[in-house]
Design a protein around this ligand. Structure first.
Ligand SMILES: [Zn+2]
Ligand SMILES: [Zn+2]
Length: 259
């Protein structure tokens, strides 16, 4: 059994964007209200976070956990994915909780440049690695192109019964880069816009239109789209997706019963 909850599902700026007058940002109702992207994951034995967004504090209150997850994985060191680390570190400090934070070494290095005061906290153990296992799951990080923003890592989770991956910040992957994300039961992919007119050299995340093309090649059994900007009106666009493709929303929960 594994449970995954989307703590946040927006792009870097959140929805509504600050001081934006577009129809989605001004829309009444909460269907398109999105906070910055991260996941809470529970295996049979462990709880973990995948990224800690700048909205971590509000997201954590919503989760109503009885225990502080003591494992954190990071996809890359951009603000929308690590901005909550300070809040998480203080939460652990206040409750005397020891935590392990894992990502490939280059990401850990970038994180510690941005949070130098956390490097010496004895309760936080930073580990630079590409693969490890926990609660019966093999977890591995795979470098992916993040376009104009450099590179990021997709994270793959595998047991004999189920394979899924989280690739929130990626664009124009080669077939070699896609290789670890083939034969998946579930792919969670970041798509900031429905369709982008900006020249591809200036972009950093897939669009929905491109994701639907990728899906034909990679063929995950299920595709969930996250990292959604104010360009995506869930109320309007969900019905335009194929039946096995869905938009994520804040608080959305998935249960993987087969493991
Ligand atoms: Zn991002
Ligand atoms: Zn990014």
């Amino acid at each position: 059994m594994m449970t995954i909850q989307f703590m946040g599902t927006s792009d870097a700026q959140g929805v509504p964007r600050l001081m934006c007058d577009c129809a989605v940002c001004r829309q009444p109702g909460r269907e398109n209200e999105r906070s910055r992207p991260s996941l809470w994951i529970q295996t049979g034995t462990h709880q973990m976070f995948l990224d800690l967004s700048p909205d971590f504090r509000q997201q954590y209150m919503r989760l109503q956990l009885e225990q502080i997850p003591d494992l954190v994985l990071f996809t890359h060191a951009h603000h929308d994915h690590i901005g909550g680390l300070g809040d998480y570190a203080d939460l652990c400090f206040w409750h005397g909780r020891r935590a392990t934070l894992i990502s490939p070494a280059d990401v850990i290095e970038s994180i510690l440049i941005r949070f130098p005061y956390l490097a010496k906290r004895p309760s936080l153990v930073f580990q630079g690695k590409h693969a490890f296992s926990v609660g019966g799951w093999e977890i591995s990080f795979h470098r992916v192109n993040h376009g104009a923003n450099g590179h990021s890592y997709g994270v793959r989770f595998e047991t004999e019964a189920f394979r899924w991956a989280y690739v929130s910040d990626a664009i124009q992957l080669t077939m070699d880069e896609w290789q670890p994300f083939t034969q998946l039961d579930l792919l969670i992919l970041g798509t900031s816009y429905w369709e982008e007119k900006t020249p591809v050299a200036k972009r950093s995340v897939y669009s929905v239109i491109e994701a639907l093309e990728v899906r034909k090649i990679i063929q995950p059994k299920q595709l969930i789209l996250t990292h959604l900007s104010h360009d995506i009106d869930i109320r309007e666009k969900s019905s335009s997706l194929p039946p096995d493709v869905h938009f994520a929303y804040d608080g959305m929960r998935l249960s993987i019963a087969s493991v």
